[in-house]
Ligand binder design. Structure first.
Ligand SMILES: [Zn+2]
Length: 273
């Protein structure tokens, strides 16, 4: 590294450290400290407009006439109720105040699903041949909802904004660099990517989302054991080669399944609660 690069690198590290100290919050689920620079309410309002924009280019499948779209709505509703019960029993309902849950199936062959802050969920029709059954789709929706609740997207977006926009606030960024800010948002939430479910958060975040996702699925009355068969099918569907190596930060399939096995007893204790 040249001297200039070294200095820039040190500056970036110091800047990140300072922001970590001033912007550290505690996650409501895990109690862990994390770097979330963006107030959740601001992120939810951005999510709400991005969610509506998304449907300008993606056809929503009608929930009244299509059984799969109705299933997405049914699972989403059950998962949201489970999350609400969990937070209520931990006296943390206030955390969910800004949540206005929505669930939509869109016509798109990508093997993908995501949940934006505030509970804005989309499932792609391309995922359904892999989930096959309602239990597996509940596991996936539970997983995506967990990313939102665990503020993984917020952390990812905070990091990108720090790196690319020098840590300006979201409102300043939106008014001065709206396109760049929206791009960062869409990337942070895996929206519109071809790699879909396979473009993941960090290994740590993926496993954390797996763990809580199994709990929501179980509480909502689904069988979380189906997660193992689902990840088997994902492994086959992905064929192991079309994900570029640099994107392969997700837990290897074997590690993921081992971890899921270890999380299942905890999830099953919540079944029907
Ligand atoms: Zn994930």
């Amino acid at each position: 590294m040249s001297n200039i690069l070294t200095r820039k690198y040190i500056q970036a590290v110091v800047l990140a450290g300072v922001f970590f100290l001033v912007s550290c919050t505690q996650n409501s689920l895990t109690g862990k400290r994390q770097l979330t620079m963006i107030p959740e309410a601001e992120l939810q309002s951005l999510a709400s407009s991005q969610y509506n924009d998304f449907f300008k280019t993606h056809a929503v499948v009608n929930q009244k006439t299509n059984a799969n779209a109705a299933m997405v709505n049914r699972i989403g509703t059950n998962i949201a109720k489970a999350v609400n019960r969990y937070y209520a029993s931990n006296k943390k309902s206030a955390v969910l105040n800004g949540y206005q849950w929505e669930y939509n199936l869109v016509n798109d062959n990508a093997v993908n699903a995501w949940c934006m802050p505030g509970g804005k969920i989309v499932v792609y029709t391309g995922l359904l041949p892999v989930t096959i059954n309602e239990n597996a789709l509940a596991v996936v929706i539970g997983h995506e909802v967990s990313h939102a609740l665990l503020q993984h997207g917020n952390q990812r977006m905070s990091g990108s904004m720090l790196q690319q926009l020098g840590g300006m606030t979201l409102s300043v960024a939106l008014s001065s660099k709206p396109a760049a800010t929206q791009d960062i948002f869409m990337q942070a939430y895996g929206v519109g990517t071809e790699v879909g479910l396979m473009l993941p958060f960090s290994r740590k975040h993926e496993l954390e989302a797996d763990r809580y996702g199994l709990i929501w699925a179980a509480m909502a009355g689904y069988d979380p054991n189906e997660a193992l068969a689902f990840w088997d099918r994902m492994e086959k569907a992905s064929g192991g080669q079309q994900v570029p190596e640099f994107l392969r930060t997700h837990p290897s399939d074997a590690i993921r399944k081992e971890k899921i096995k270890s999380y299942l007893p905890e999830a099953l204790r919540y079944r029907g609660k």
